[in-house]
Ligand binder design. Structure first.
Ligand SMILES: [Zn+2]
Length: 309
């Protein structure tokens, strides 16, 4: 009932509003485009990367510079995820509203506590982000704080949309809590399941699920899997317990396929972020899909209560 009232409230609110110029948004990654669209469905959003691109490394192309120049707000991950390209984009676009410290530049990673912050970082550690692991977008517990902060920021930039944004945020939160409860239940069957990963792309979600990233194909964060490292992986006793090799769709699958052949393990390639395909076209769908796929490889998931379903 409450839900229905919220929806009606949003519609009435919108009907009474005068025509507004669309909010122009630059999203560094598809997950932030997804969340921004939930809060402001009529926003004009340009997304800089796709699930088939490595978000650490893209080119500051002229079309992206132009999009940044038009933006009212850039919504990005931060914590140095985009340090290889975003500063260049911002400086070349010279959009006065989208600058460090201005409300027009929103970093999701600044809204929550990160895993694995490092006081000291040097090249020998690989491509480590000093602020901590920036791949926060699949963390069921962190997203509500990020969405709330994003709603605050959008409201600051477009005060005339405040009521609609707040209502949509609350609606989203209700749905997210229901999803989180469902995921929590599914997670009990996945707890302790060891898998091989490549980079920490799915790290926050795996940790939340209790899935153990037992082995990383990267010798060090951000360094491509080397022959020497793969040799070590193959002789790692932990490999015996592993159920599946999980990599993201933007990653080169050759190391995973090599290990799969040598160790007789299945490889699962999943989008690391939201796509336009069914099953992964929102963050909630994507998380549900990842959990479902992981369950395929887990013996413990064989349900004793199959006849109930
Ligand atoms: Zn990374």
């Amino acid at each position: 009932m409450v839900f229905k009232q919220l929806v009606t409230g949003v519609m009435l609110g919108l009907a009474m509003m005068p025509a507004q110029a669309a909010l122009n948004v630059f999203a560094c990654e598809p997950e932030w485009a997804d969340l921004t669209r939930i809060l402001v469905p009529d926003a004009e959003i340009r997304t800089a990367t796709t699930a088939w691109q490595d978000p650490h490394y893209i080119e500051a192309r002229p079309s992206l510079i132009a999009a940044m120049g038009r933006a009212d707000i850039a919504v990005c991950t931060g914590a140095s995820l985009e340090s290889g390209w975003l500063p260049a984009l911002i400086s070349r676009a010279s959009n006065r509203g989208v600058q460090p410290g201005k409300p027009g530049l929103f970093f999701a990673a600044e809204q929550v506590e990160l895993h694995q912050p490092h006081d000291h970082v040097d090249r020998s550690m690989g491509d480590v982000h000093p602020e901590g692991d920036p791949h926060i977008h699949l963390d069921p517990d962190r997203l509500p704080d990020i969405v709330e902060a994003l709603a605050d920021r959008l409201t600051e930039l477009a005060p005339d949309r405040e009521n609609a944004i707040r209502l949509r945020q609350r609606q989203w939160h209700v749905g997210w809590k229901l999803n989180t409860a469902r995921w929590r239940e599914a997670a009990t069957s996945l707890e302790g399941m060891p898998i091989v990963v490549q980079h920490s792309t799915f790290g926050y979600l795996l940790r939340w699920l209790g899935v153990e990233a037992a082995i990383d194909l990267e010798p060090k964060p951000g360094l491509p899997p080397s022959a020497a490292h793969l040799g070590k992986v193959l002789s790692d006793p932990a490999l015996d317990e592993v159920k599946v090799v999980l990599i993201a769709s933007y990653q080169n699958d050759r190391p995973a396929q090599w290990l799969s052949e040598k160790a007789g393990l299945p490889v699962e390639v999943l989008p690391g972020t939201v796509t336009e395909e069914p099953k992964t076209n929102s963050l909630a769908e994507l998380i549900s899909h990842i959990i479902e796929r992981l369950q395929q490889y887990n013996d413990k998931a064989a349900p004793e209560s199959a006849d109930h379903g």
